[in-house]
Design a protein around this ligand. Structure first.
Ligand code: ZN
Length: 66
């Protein structure tokens, strides 16, 4: 349901933190997710709602396994 706009309002994104490491998050458009710039976890955005759950996050495949 996105039309190319931001996944979440920039002001909201600015105060959100990675629940795993409190790192800063950035948007990834496809598939929609918020990606931690620190640990690399990608939190899915479903129907415009970021799912900020560690167990729902995609973990990068470079050795970081929970
Ligand atoms: Zn993180």
């Amino acid at each position: 349901m996105t039309d190319g706009g931001p996944l979440v309002p920039p002001k909201l994104l600015a105060i959100m933190q990675c629940p795993a490491c409190t790192g800063a998050l950035s948007e990834r458009p496809d598939p929609p997710a918020l990606v931690c710039s620190d640990c690399g976890r990608a939190y899915p955005v479903r129907d415009g709602i970021p799912v900020m759950l560690i167990e729902e996050a995609d973990v990068p495949a470079d050795g970081h396994t929970a």
